[in-house]
Design a protein around this ligand. Structure first.
Ligand code: SF4
Length: 443
């Protein structure tokens, strides 16, 4: 662990060697070059999939990097979310203020696109120059007659996790403002599934077959009207607990809607996600339908998985992801295909998450919170990992180390959730690890 800077030692444990509790849930240490993104990025991630809303970023053009193809969150209808509008603040606005530019841009965009609602994101420079974003939103809302919500997400306020919370507060302002969707007794909202590569559509099919209605899929293929009606659902199913647990708790307090935490990655966890819903509604009929789905799907994919397991037996994976629930599922999914997790880390895990992660990992696994490229590279070297599983910021680390990379973040185009997703995952891992390209790279 010689690569750790002062203050980072507590954020890393090797199972079986270290006895200290992992330090987590803290702001990143200055100079550590954390893999975490900014507050604005956290808010943008959560709100991005609301497909019929206008998303206007008030700031310099660089903040508005989320465009058409950078995120894999798909929509079955409108695609306004995939456009990234910016007020493109320049020196003139930084000196004299950007409220006028924001007002003009907002009015023009609303007139042109006629969105169901508008979100206006405040970025670092706006926080510094002191534009009154809330007042402009209020004025435009009154003039145009649509909901215009300020997202006060100045990047310097904290971490990406704070951005999640700000976005949840904004969504909470929409929840409960509609009463125009019929709701059945077995009804749920899905929170924290981002419909990457259409994963939500696969999962919705399972729930539909069970007879469960999805009122709002808040963070994937989202619609303003459904979110307005989300308070009418009987249960909230939370997948990415890091980003959505705050909203789930808030909805429990305000509307008495209970929530369960699930994961849709890996056979074990996706099956549990179906059974848990049936259990919540105390319905034998739902349970039986869930059982039929699980048996059918597992029977279908078992031969393919067995083949991949044979080929991947003993290979080692390093993983570094946003939320801990995904890390926990990945450790189990990798074990199912014969692989060992040698490094497991997250950007936003909490003490409870890391306790579970520590329990399910093998002896010798390095568990790390809020890591950085230097640490991750040294862990890969130390453990001899064959593949790195992470997001866009981990990709160059893997390639520089001369090992394969599997994208398990928002940029990907391959569905990795559900039963079919498990086969896709195994296939991707196998094809990446066994690619002939690695013989030409110095590790
Ligand atoms: S840190 Fe500030 S300037 Fe950088 S992307 Fe985030 S909001 Fe924009």
């Amino acid at each position: 662990m010689g690569t750790l800077i002062t203050g980072r030692v507590g954020h890393v444990v090797t199972k079986g060697l270290d006895t200290h509790d992992l330090v987590c849930d803290k702001p990143s240490i200055a100079g550590s070059v954390s893999q975490r993104a900014c507050v604005f990025c956290g808010s943008r991630v959560v709100l991005y999939p609301i497909a019929d809303a206008l998303h206007l970023i008030h700031g310099p053009i660089g903040c508005a990097s989320y465009t058409w193809d950078i995120r894999g969150s798909l929509s079955s209808g409108p695609e306004l979310h995939r456009l990234s509008f910016s007020t493109d603040l320049k020196e003139k606005q930084v000196i004299f203020g950007g409220e006028e530019k924001l007002y003009t841009a907002l009015c023009e965009l609303i007139d042109h696109y006629k969105p169901a609602a508008a979100f206006v994101y405040s970025t670092c420079i706006v926080g510094v120059i002191g534009d009154d974003v809330q007042a402009v939103c209020k004025k435009v809302e009154k003039e145009k007659g649509i909901t215009v919500l300020p997202v006060m997400s100045e990047g310097f306020q904290g971490t990406k996790k704070d951005g999640y919370k700000i976005a949840c507060d904004v969504i909470a302002k929409l929840v409960g403002t509609g009463d125009d969707l019929p709701v059945q007794p077995f009804s749920v909202n899905i929170l924290g599934d981002y419909n990457l590569a259409g994963e939500l559509w696969m999962l919705s099919e399972y729930y539909k077959k069970m007879g469960v209605q999805i009122v709002a899929s808040i963070t994937g293929d989202g619609r303003v009207k459904e979110i307005r009606n989300a308070h009418k659902a009987s249960l909230n199913i939370v997948q990415c607990s890091g980003s959505m647990i705050y909203l789930a708790k808030k909805m429990k307090e305000e509307y008495g809607i209970p929530f369960i935490k699930v994961s849709y990655f890996g056979i074990e966890d996706v099956s549990d996600a179906l059974y848990e819903v049936a259990k919540f509604f105390k319905s034998e009929q739902l349970e039986e339908k869930a059982r039929q789905i699980v048996i059918k799907e597992i029977n279908q994919i078992a031969p393919q998985l067995a083949e991949y397991k044979n080929k991947l037996q003993g290979k080692k994976a390093a993983l570094y992801v946003g939320g801990a629930f995904k890390a926990i599922s990945l450790v189990k999914a990798l074990r199912m295909i014969g692989m060992k997790t040698v490094v497991a880390g997250t950007q936003t895990g909490n003490a409870e998450d890391y306790k579970i992660l520590r329990e399910i990992c093998d002896e010798g696994t390095i568990i790390v919170d809020d890591s950085n490229p230097n640490e991750l590279s040294s862990f890969v070297k130390q453990t001899g990992a064959d593949i790195f599983i992470g997001g866009v910021k981990e990709r160059p680390i893997a390639f520089k180390m001369g090992i394969g990379f599997c994208d398990h973040n928002h940029e990907r185009k391959i569905a990795l959730a559900g039963y079919a997703g498990m086969v896709n995952f195994a296939k991707e891992i196998y094809e990446t690890i066994s690619s002939p390209v690695w013989q030409f790279v110095k590790r």
